[in-house]
Every structure is written in C-alpha cells, then in structure tokens.
Design a protein around this ligand. Structure first.
Ligand code: ADP
Length: 657
C-alpha cells in the first residue's frame, strides 16, 4: 500500500496496525460501485442502517440462549450522528459486533457464491451495471460512494473490551487493521465524506433519508436533536442547560407486517421489500396475510420483477423467506418455508407458535412449519393466478423470468402439480411465433372434437421444435402441438401426466392414434394416397428392417409424416435424444434404447429406394435416411464421417443418373 498508510493514525495510535490487501473481487466491486452508484449516493445510509439492524437481530437471537449478552447494555438501537465541521457521518449499533477474524472475513472478502460470474456479467454501461449491483446487494462498500475514508470500530458481544478492532480503508486496494480497547459492544462506522458529498453531514438531510428508506426498521434509529452531539463542557462552567441536545428516535420502528393491510400504502410495501430483500427494483406483486385460529402467523410474500443472476445455478438452494418468531428475527433463507421451485419468492413469515430458540434442525418435520408452508404455497400460486388473469403482460414478464422454476414443480410438489400447471405458458403451433405463448386452458379450449390428449414436443430450441417432422400430420389436421424447449421440460413432463383429465402425449414418442380426432384435414386425397402406399410398403419395410436391425427397434410406415421421408420415434418412456445427448455430455451413462424408424412410403425418396436393386446401395441409403432422421431429432451420429461419405456418394450417384 501507499506511504500515506504507513502514517495512518490508527496504525500509529495502537502500534499494532496491520496493512492488508483486499481480495481481488472486493477491489473490482468497490471501484464499480463507486462509479455506478454515484447518481444515488444516499443509499449508503440505508445499507449501513440495515447492517446495524441485522447485527441487532443477531444479538437478540444469541441472547435467547445467553442472556448475559444483553445485560451490559439492553437498549438495542442504532445511532446516527454527523459532524458538519469535520465532514463525517457516524452509524453506530450495539449489536453482535465483530472480532478481528470476523472483520477480515466479512469486510475484506466477499463470500457470496457466484461473485466472479457476477463481475463477468457486468457490461461497462453504468446504468445497467448499477441495476445489477443493486441486485447483487451493495452492502457495506456503498460507504465509499460518499466517503474517501471509512473507519470501522467493533467489539464482539461477550468479548472483553480489549478485544476491540479498528478497520480503516481509503478504498485504494487495501485496509489497515488494529487492535484497540473498545468500551461498548457493537460496531461504529465513521465516514469521512468526500468534498462533494459534504451535504450528507447535515442532520436534516440524514433524517429525511432515514425516513425514506429505514422507517420500518424495527429497532429505534436515534439522532441528536441538534446537528452535533453535545461537546463535553470543558471547564464545567457554561452549561446551556435548557438547550442540551438529546437523542431522539427518527424512525417509526413498527414492523410493517404487524400493521393492518389497509393502513399500508403500495409505496410502503415496495420500500419495505427493497430494504428487506435487498432489491433495487420494486416488487412485481405481493401478498400480506394474517392467520388467526389454531395457528397464528403473518406472512408477507413478494415476487420480484427480475430473477437473481444465479437462480438457475444448480448449486444454489437459497430460498428468500426470513423467519421471525414474535417479531424477533430468527433466520434468513428458511428453506423449509418454501419449496425449491418457488425459491424466487421473497419475504417473511412471523409465527407466534414456534419457540424463540428454534433452530434449522427443529424446523425439519415441524407441523407448524408444514402448515405455514403449504398455506404459503397456495398463496403464492393464487397471487400468480390473479396476476395472469388481471395483468397478462406483467404475467408474461414473470413467466420469462421464473417460468422454468415453476416447471420443476411436478417433480417436487405432486399435490399442487395441476394448480401450478395452470400457470404454465408454452410456445405453440397455434401462434407459430416464438414468445407468443399459450396456457393449457387455452389449449384445451381449442381441442378438436374427439381429441382427448394434449400433444407436445420437446426439443433443444424453438426452431428445432417448430420444424420437427413429427408435427406434419398435426399441421395437416390442424391439431395444436405445444412446443417445449426449456431444458427442464423433458424432466418436468415426465412427472406431469395429465391436466384437467387430459393426458399429455409427446408427438415424438410411441404410437400415434389420431383416428378418433376430427381434424380439419386439408387434403383428404393425399392422405388416402399415403395410406394406400403404406399398405403396399411391406416388402420395402422388410428390406430396410434387415439392413437397419442393429440400430433400430423396428421400421414401420408412419402415420405422422406428410412431407418428410422419415423420422425416428422413441419409446414412450425414453428420454428425448437432445436430452440424452446432454446427459452423456455431463458424464452420465445412458441406456441405449433403440428408436423406431418411421418412413413415409409415399415420399419420392422412398419410392426411389424401393426400386434400388443394388443391395449395398440400398443399405447405404437406408442408413442415410436413419442418420438424417436422428439429426433432425437433435441426436448425434456415432459415425459423422460415414454420414458425410454417404451423402457425397448420393450426390455422385444422382449426377450419374
Ligand atoms: P451483507 O450485509 O449483504 O452481508 P455487507 O457488505 O453489508 O453485506 O456486510 C458484510 C458482512 O459484514 C455482513 O454480512 C456482516 O457479517 C458484517 N457486518 C457488516 N456490518 C456489520 C455491523 N454493523 N455489525 C456486525 N457485522 C456487520
């Protein structure tokens, strides 16, 4: 670090100051934050007050099992002070505090998983990045948006006074750490404001920021009734008795969720959400409920507008519900309160029935929790149903952000699978445009007379689904097919057997029986021709079966194809080829079930093939048909070079006439 830091007063004063460098990610994040947040610097106070409030929550929780922690100072509060002359703002709490290791771990490093990916996802555009940083959680470092030097002094609850620690940094690559006697438990953060940020050293300004962002913080936030705290009278003579400043509470400090719904404005709900759930944006929707009777609890559940960057990270299991017991904060991410497929829901549950010393272990198989969870799931699903009905455009945005999560539901929450499925949206042959999605109810309303199944196809992407040869006969008959192309679809659909009594059928698997469906057939003559050809195709099928017997379960005449020469069809229980491919790439052993090859005997290629007398050539061309059908299905060829060779030979043969 620079020479100035050798003269750092903290280090000098204690004689054991130690200079440390920031973890590389901290450095990067710090610089980004300073530049991205300059348009909204006042949020630094919200962040520091929120850290103070968390620290008080933690202390109160620890004190449940160790009441000594509270005895030395039981009036939990946050104090905000400013000194206009010195250009400083101080935020102090008497919460849990930190020892030296805590400070190094919490303030010098970023422990959040995915930090690296997050940093890589930043664009360099300040507006976009500011939003992303907001989503990531700005936290303590936002202090450096307004300050060029920050001093944090802390002592952990229960530690002796000489176990205090002082951390100081100017955000230029590192910080100093020193041990010091600290009289009071908790943490004090002093911001030495930058020249152009001195306005924040005004008490009126600070009060209005606290009102705006931190009014609902449940601990009192205190400020001096005058700009500065009273200077201790030097000679004990001229004490202006009447005017002595006093500490006054600035925030309302009522837990928002305990107030009646009718007394809370939308703005208050939104502000509370941003505070408590650390989001930059307003929430999309929320549900606030108080339950009384055999169980007593309040829940306030929010659906965010945007998915966090790691929502689909397989290792992420964090759920966004905080658990309170009788207003006392117990834990973040109480995973037992929401199923995994609703991990995007944020908010809190405050129970009157659980013990204060509840732990994660107690929450396992707890009847109170089970009941709250199942009611909360219903609430979230109901809230989404209402959104879909009342505001389809907003619902569409929701679906694009979180739809793939909901599709995990059938495998996880069998009981609610149909209610969740009501919320599904899929691309469809009916709209024919990617992104113009339909619901299962829409689909059912459009079913043809005699149709009792919901037809779908899964593929790697929209185009692969929309262009699949399996859709031909459905197009011909005007029967709608859902085009599914999320990775989770294949898996999700294996658990969702039916909806509203209609079973789901993959058009790419098993036998198709569309005879009972009265489609609006466009070309009856063509169909009759195809059927007649199929009847005569016995000998061709036999020849092909012989040459392809190692790679197919069977060769048969197709009822699916109208314009393509051939397609492969999987067994009803088989995994789609594009998924098999993915699983193989991920190192899973896949049982190799052979697909059936369906041919369209009315197609000119098959007519030509039927006439081929050279048996070697017949075998090669049959192979070529199978290979292209596999490719169209998203499969991969074991012998790509062989395929190319056959293609080339066919070109030459064509040319040779
Ligand atoms: P976040 O609060 O989102 O975790 P921060 O960067 O604001 O991120 O803080 C990092 C960590 O530092 C916190 O998780 C907490 O452990 C610790 N910390 C910050 N401020 C305080 C405080 N006032 N008292 C005790 N610990 C604190």
């Amino acid at each position: 670090m620079s020479e100035e830091q050798d003269n750092n007063p903290t280090a000098d004063a204690t004689g054991n100051g130690e200079r440390m460098t920031f973890q590389a990610e901290v450095n990067q994040l710090l610089q980004l934050m300073i530049h991205s947040l300059y348009s909204n610097p006042e949020i630094f106070l919200r962040e520091l007050v929120s850290n103070g409030s968390d620290a008080l929550d933690k202390l109160r929780f620890e004190a449940v099992s160790n009441d000594k922690l509270l005895t030395e100072d039981s009036e939990l509060r946050i104090v905000v002070e400013c000194d206009q002359e010195a250009g400083t703002v101080t935020v102090r709490d008497n919460g849990i505090g930190m020892n030296r290791e805590d400070v190094v771990a919490n303030i010098g490093t970023i422990a959040k998983s995915g930090t690296k990916q997050f940093l890589e996802s930043l664009t360099g555009d300040q507006k976009t990045d500011a939003k992303l940083i907001g989503q990531f959680g700005v936290g303590f470092y936002s202090a450096f948006v307004v300050a060029d030097r920050v001093t944090l002094t802390s002592r952990k609850a229960g530690d002796p006074s000489d176990a205090g620690v002082v951390w100081e940094s100017d955000a230029e690559g590192g910080y100093t750490l020193a041990s010091r006697d600290v009289a009071d438990r908790g943490t004090e953060v002093v911001l030495h404001l930058k020249e152009d940020m001195k306005e924040y050293a005004g008490s009126w300004r600070l009060k209005s920021i606290i009102k705006k962002y931190s009014d609902h913080i449940t601990f009192p936030i205190m400020m001096w009734s005058e700009p500065a705290p009273p200077a201790p009278a030097e000679d004990g003579e001229e004490e202006p008795a009447a005017e002595a400043p006093v500490l006054e509470q600035v925030n309302a400090a009522s837990a928002l969720w305990t107030r009646p719904k009718s007394k809370i404005t939308d703005e208050e709900y939104a502000e509370f959400y941003k505070q408590v759930c650390n989001d930059y944006e307003d929430p999309l929707v929320w549900a606030h409920n108080r339950v009384e009777g055999t169980q007593e609890y309040t829940s306030l559940l929010y659906v965010p507008k945007k998915a966090p960057f790691d929502l689909y990270d397989a290792n992420r299991d964090a759920r966004g519900i905080k658990l309170f017991v009788q207003r006392v904060f117990i834990m973040d991410e109480a995973e037992k309160l929401m199923p995994r497929y609703l991990r995007f829901v944020r908010g809190l549950v405050d129970s009157n029935d659980l013990p204060l010393n509840v732990s994660r272990e107690i929450l396992q198989n707890n009847r109170v929790i089970e009941a709250i969870r199942s009611a909360s799931v219903k609430r979230v699903l109901g809230m989404l149903e209402k959104l879909a009905a009342d505001k389809p455009d907003e619902y569409k945005d929701f679906w694009n952000e979180f739809g793939a999560c909901l599709k995990e539901a059938p495998g996880e929450d069998f009981a609610n699978r149909e209610q969740v499925a009501k919320l599904y949206r899929f691309d469809s042959t009916h709209t024919g445009t990617e992104g113009e999605m339909v619901s299962l109810d829409d689909y059912i309303a459009r079913m043809k007379p005699g149709q009792d199944k919901i037809y779908y196809i899964t593929a790697d992407n929209y185009r692969a689904a929309a262009n699949s040869p399996h859709l031909e006969v459905f197009r011909d008959k005007g029967i709608e097919v859902l085009l599914m192309h999320d990775r989770v679809d294949e898996w999700g659909m294996s658990y969702l057997n039916e909806y509203e009594g209609k079973s789901f059928v993959s058009v790419a698997k098993g036998d198709l029986d569309l005879d009972a469906v009265e489609g609006d057939e466009t070309d009856k003559q063509a169909r009759e021709e195809r059927e007649a050809k199929a009847k005569e195709a016995g000998p061709l099928i036999e020849r092909m079966s012989t040459v392809l017997k190692d790679d197919t379960s069977e060769v048969r005449a197709s009822t699916r194809l109208t314009t393509s020469p051939a397609c492969v069809v999987l067994g009803e229980q088989d995994m789609a080829l594009h998924m098999q491919q993915l699983m193989k790439q991920a190192g899973h052993e896949m049982p190799s079930s052979k697909p059936a090859l369906e041919i369209n005997p009315a197609h000119p290629i098959l007519e030509l093939l039927d006439k081929e007398v050279d048996e070697d050539r017949f075998a090669e061309w049959s192979r070529l048909l199978l290979d292209q059908a596999l490719l169209a299905e998203g499969g991969q060829l074991d012998d790509g070079a062989g395929f190319v060779k056959r293609m080339n030979e066919m070109f030459i043969a064509l040319h040779a006439g």
